[in-house]
Design a protein around this ligand. Structure first.
Ligand SMILES: [Zn+2]
Length: 122
């Protein structure tokens, strides 16, 4: 299950506060609402595959790239002086001519994922 509009989620992710516990665990909280914190866990696989899980309902039901995961990955990238963009299609990602990652969920490998490009932060 992929988000319907990854660009809207990408913007929403910027409104979330992400706190890195360690390289694989990020706590994500809303800066506006009083909704619960979510825990995002990130695993890196060879060939640029990122496997991320989140405790929100969307992710638990097999959803990929919720706003919490996006916020967590952005935060991790920020610590390396990078900024991320998220794409539905591989061809859109490749057009950016930046380093490419593939984001998928925790459990179901067959679920279609989301493409990520990473570039130097301005
Ligand atoms: Zn989530």
């Amino acid at each position: 299950m992929k988000p319907r509009n990854i660009k809207i989620l990408q913007r929403r992710g910027k409104d979330l506060q992400a706190n890195i516990l360690n390289a694989h665990t990020i706590i994500v909280a809303s800066t506006t609402g009083s909704s619960a914190n979510h825990v995002v866990t990130v695993e890196y696989e060879p060939d640029g595959v990122i496997r991320a899980r989140c405790t929100c309902a969307w992710a638990i039901n097999g959803g990929i790239a919720c706003s919490h995961v996006i916020a967590a990955l952005e935060k991790l990238a920020e610590t390396k002086g990078r900024t991320l963009s998220f794409w539905d299609e591989r061809s859109d990602a490749e057009r950016q001519k930046h380093r490419i990652f593939y984001l998928t969920g925790g459990r179901r490998q067959t679920e279609p994922g989301v493409w990520i490009t990473s570039r130097q932060a301005a």
